[in-house]
Design a binder for this molecule. Structure first.
Ligand SMILES: NC(=O)c1ccc[n+]([C@@H]2O[C@H](COP(=O)([O-])OP(=O)(O)OC[C@H]3O[C@@H](n4cnc5c(N)ncnc54)[C@H](OP(=O)(O)O)[C@@H]3O)[C@@H](O)[C@H]2O)c1
Length: 314
């Protein structure tokens, strides 16, 4: 009898050893799994849940090199065809045009402000006046807040710039923050060492010939997602990407254009992407990537094109 009682006590002890703290750890571990890059991508809705708690569209319009007039037309065309993500930057000098395109779409009832995800960046020339740089972007874009603000590239006083972005989040001027052109684990670790708000997004050069797979794997543990700039290699290199034999073959097989195959690979591989365009037909084409799927083998063939070659070094 005594042995039976002892066994029951031991059993009770082992059941209650799962303390509340340990339950939290278990839940956190599950969260980590759920926030892995591809699992948090919703390819039906075309969105990703950021670690900030906000939802971000996974395909949008890039506006680099567009004039203000072109930016207005492209943003309007993008919103009209269903795109809900617009990428711009103070450095591009077209935030006024982006704001006009957005305003026109709002005035025509195509979108509400809260339907659209606007990204801007603090430019290096503004690093000593980051808070003012954010205010200037809001003013030119004619919005009360931006959805995502990025440090455009590493500089000498990133910590102060990052702190200004965190303050802007507290002030309601910015919803999520991130970094751009940070390619190594060491660079990311440095930001994490002073960040009170973990970056939600890293926006980097990322295309067929320079894939950020290792970085993407590393930052997954922080719920950080990668966003690709130069998805087509940038102006001057697009033919090289569209004319790639693997891409051409997959375009033929799927009845899609090379641009659509490339963009589909980006989003299926867990990269948000923002092809730049001043052509409404191209913008429509770029958004029309949700009605087909690349197979695992197709994805592997595209991953194999990586040769770790960047076009830019900023
Ligand atoms: N964070 C950074 O440092 C950084 C740096 C560079 C870029 N970015 C961002 O990333 C965005 C993308 O980069 P990007 O615009 O320089 O290069 P990209 O998207 O790789 O390529 C843009 C080029 O592709 C063409 N294009 C677009 N859609 C096409 C289609 N369906 N068919 C054929 N051609 C097509 C465009 O021509 P059309 O105008 O004729 O369509 C343009 O010549 C930028 O716009 C910017 O928002 C960020």
């Amino acid at each position: 009898m005594l042995i039976l009682i002892l066994a029951a006590v031991l059993l009770l002890c082992s059941c209650s050893s799962n303390t509340p703290e340990e339950d939290v750890v278990t839940e956190e571990a599950e969260d980590t799994v759920i926030s892995s890059e591809t699992e948090s991508f919703d390819l039906e809705k075309g969105t990703v849940m950021l670690n900030s708690g906000y939802t971000m569209p996974i395909i949008g319009l890039g506006t680099w090199t567009l004039s203000n007039d072109e930016a207005e037309e492209s943003v309007y065309a993008a919103l009209k065809c269903g795109m809900r993500l617009i990428d711009t930057a103070r450095y591009y000098q077209c935030e006024t045009g982006v704001g006009r395109g957005l305003r026109r779409a709002i005035d025509e009832g195509i979108v509400k402000r809260e339907d659209v995800f606007i990204t801007s960046k603090i430019m290096p020339g503004d690093y000593d006046r980051a808070a003012q740089g954010i205010n200037d972007s809001l003013s030119d874009l004619d919005v009360d807040y931006v959805d995502l603000m990025l440090i455009h590239q590493p500089g000498s006083n990133d910590e102060a710039v990052y702190k200004a972005m965190e303050q802007a989040v507290r002030d309601g001027k910015v919803r999520s923050i991130g970094i751009s052109n940070y390619y190594t684990k060491e660079q990311v670790d440095e930001v994490l060492s002073y960040a009170e708000i973990t970056p939600a997004v890293i926006q980097n050069e990322n295309h067929l010939y320079y894939q950020n797979k290792a970085l993407q794997e590393y930052v997954k543990q922080y719920g950080i997602v990668l966003e690709s700039w130069y998805p087509f290699g940038g102006r001057g290199h697009t033919e090289d990407h569209f004319g790639n034999e693997v891409i051409k073959e997959l375009a033929e097989k799927n009845g899609k254009t090379p641009a659509q195959i490339i963009l589909r690979w980006h989003i299926q591989d867990g990269y948000i992407t923002i092809p730049g365009s001043s052509n409404p037909e191209h913008i429509k084409e770029n958004y029309n990537i949700f009605d087909f799927e690349l197979t695992g083998e197709d994805m592997e063939r595209i991953r194999d094109l990586d040769r770790q070659e960047r076009y830019e070094n900023w």
